[in-house]
Design a protein around this ligand. Structure first.
Ligand code: NDP
Length: 328
């Protein structure tokens, strides 16, 4: 008989109330699998899209795309990891991290360096890998590039502010409050725009002496798309990589020519980490940034995993800052 675990299960799409704490059975451990006991799980906005069905998954499912933990058992063909070792993983595979224990393919796991504790790992794996591909692969940043970064005090946002700053970019961050603005500044934003009281595109033109920015990293989606397009220099790059305010409606190609022959991309992690080698390279770069002190993730709030519906409410109501960690 297979081992049991407790996990959050979604049996129908909906609000935070559909996140139910249940007993469930673990699948058998295959020869190339590893059984991990989670110690810290990361909360991400993508978990909200999965819960609501914006990114539809087959029901029922356990959400969650990043976590850290300790190995309890390894399959017969796994010879480079052992029980007791600390590991973590990011979102390049099916969700399921909202659970006490989980069976995962060995190829998804990264061994954690001693200097990165489990909570920190849970705070950075998906968010930090996302920043890694955005700044290195989607639009490779050079020193002196001017960047507009939305939700600069969020989980992805604070890591991006620090990483962009370390690469020598000039970072203009947008935030929803003075407190978040302070946090964004201390994390590497050179300029902060309070979008509730300032016009984002006008302020960007002022700050850049009319030129516009080289690239926009926009995870807010519907609410910010227009201002983002208006903030770019000719031939600038619009990177729309999330939908915190709702998905961006269809865009006519003529808008891009009329706005300055712009480039538009809608990237996801899975297409940048298409195989274990690409993923390992990205994760290694992320660990380097953390170990060198260039990226110091902020865990703004913690919840117990069984109380994750409260964490979802706070994330959706813009009450969180930095990363959120769920503990088992
Ligand atoms: P955040 O911590 O950034 O939380 C979302 C933030 O967005 C809020 O705190 C809020 O900040 C801002 N926001 C603006 N408008 C809204 C709105 N209407 N509703 C809710 N929030 C709003 O979340 P994450 O760090 O987990 O994720 C950030 C984004 O990155 C998400 O859109 C996510 O989907 C995307 N992402 C994309 C990936 C990809 O590969 N494409 C991978 C990982 C994440 P403020 O108060 O300052 O406005």
């Amino acid at each position: 008989m297979n081992e049991n675990t407790r996990a959050i299960v979604v049996s129908q799409f909906g609000g935070p109330e559909v996140l139910e704490w249940q007993e469930s059975e673990l699948p058998p451990l295959g020869p190339t699998d590893v059984l991990v006991r989670h110690t810290a799980v990361g909360l991400n906005f993508i978990d909200v899209y999965h819960r609501t069905g914006l990114y539809p998954l087959e029901l029922p499912f356990t959400p969650g795309v990043e976590a850290a933990g300790i190995i309890e058992a390894v399959g017969s063909n796994v010879d480079d990891l052992s029980p007791g070792e600390r590991v973590a993983y990011t979102g390049n595979g099916p969700p399921g991290s909202y659970s006490e224990k989980r069976v995962l393919p060995r190829t998804r796991l990264a061994r954690l360096p001693d200097a990165i504790d489990d909570r920190t790992a849970a705070a950075i794996m998906l968010k930090g890998c996302t920043v890694e591909y955005l700044v290195n692969r989607t639009f490779p940043i050079s020193a002196g590039d001017v960047v507009l970064l939305h939700a600069a005090a969020g989980g992805v946002g604070l890591i991006a502010s620090q990483w962009l700053n370390a690469l020598g970019a000039r970072v203009i961050g947008t935030v929803g409050s003075e407190e978040k603005g302070e946090l964004a500044r201390t994390s590497g934003c050179d300029e902060v725009i309070l979008y509730r009281v300032e016009d984002v595109a006008d302020r960007v033109r002022e700050i850049t002496d009319g030129r516009g920015v080289d690239v926009v990293y926009d995870s807010v989606g519907a609410a910010t798309f227009e201002a983002s397009i208006k903030s770019l220099r000719p031939r600038g790059m619009m990177v729309t990589f999330g939908n915190a305010s709702g998905p961006v409606p269809p865009v006519p190609p003529l808008l891009l020519s009329q706005s300055g022959s712009l480039f538009l991309t809608r990237p996801v992690l899975a297409h940048h980490y298409t195989d274990p080698t690409e993923a390992a390279e990205g994760i290694a770069k992320l660990f380097d940034m953390v170990l060198s002190g260039k990226v110091t993730p902020l865990i703004g709030q913690e919840y117990s995993l069984s109380d994750v519906s409260k964490a979802h409410q706070d994330l959706e109501h813009r009450k969180t800052v930095g990363s959120t960690v769920l503990t088992t």
